[in-house]
Write a protein that binds this ligand. Structure first.
Ligand SMILES: [Zn+2]
Ligand SMILES: [Zn+2]
Length: 139
């Protein structure tokens, strides 16, 4: 089975993902914008059993925004946004594609929460569907 590695900027947190990803998207919601400091987050989903934390569990911090249902897990040393959704519980995990070391073999399929995007966020003409809110409300 094909696996792909990922981790944070300082290298303290490392994980492995077993392919394939089930879906991927760009989320422009206010939570993802604030968490990333830019347009939002680009992420792919896998069933929980396809994800394995290799090292650095003690470095992980989990933040759940008020009014949000999903969490953001990040490295407490370097601040890298790593994954979210329902960590550590839940049936799916949402992995920031930028934290991966190689090709996740999936490409973002849609934009979510485009009505919440930043004023300077000019959506690219990439032909992908754009949703004003969900389908991906739980990123
Ligand atoms: Zn780190
Ligand atoms: Zn979001």
């Amino acid at each position: 089975m094909a696996t792909i590695g990922g981790g944070c900027l300082c290298g303290g947190v490392r994980f492995e993902v077993e392919l394939p990803f089930s879906r991927a998207n760009h989320c422009h919601c206010s939570f993802c914008r604030k968490h990333s400091g830019t347009f939002g987050l680009t992420q792919g989903r896998v069933p929980r059993e396809q994800f394995r934390l290799v090292q650095g569990e003690e470095l992980l911090r989990v933040f759940k925004p008020e009014g949000g249902t999903a969490v953001k897990a990040f490295c407490s040393v370097c601040g890298s946004s790593l994954f979210g959704a329902y960590w550590p519980e839940g049936e799916e995990i949402s992995i920031r594609l930028g934290s991966l070391d190689g090709d996740p073999e999936i490409r973002p399929q849609y934009h979510s929460f485009v009505d919440s995007r930043a004023p300077w966020d000019e959506l690219p003409e990439d032909g992908l569907p754009r949703y004003p809110g969900p389908p991906d409300a739980d990123t």
